[in-house]
Design a protein around this ligand. Sequence first.
Ligand code: SF4
Length: 102
Amino acid sequence: MPTSTRRVFLLGAAAAGMAGLGVNAQAQAALAESDPQAQALGYVSDASKADAKKYPKYAAGQMCGNCALYQGKPGEASGPCPLFAGKSVSAKGWCSAWAKKA
Ligand code: SF4
């Protein structure tokens, strides 16, 4: 492979590696409810405070910790969610994109 192609390939591999680390890092900043994307999805760090009037599909018991999109480890207080890249959501949080775990 020509050197320039190889360099691009290696850079790509390094970037992919770093992205992978980012998803797993526990030091991610907690998602703030004031974050514009959090507000757009009605995210709250305490599911019991979800706006049930605005989001009638909310039902007690739904929380990030039992959402299909949640990537935190069981027992941990927070974890990554692909909808909020680079931030961690509270396991007890909720947003309007909540989906039942299969
Ligand atoms: Fe939480 Fe699921 Fe919404 Fe992500 S998609 S913030 S895990 S409820």
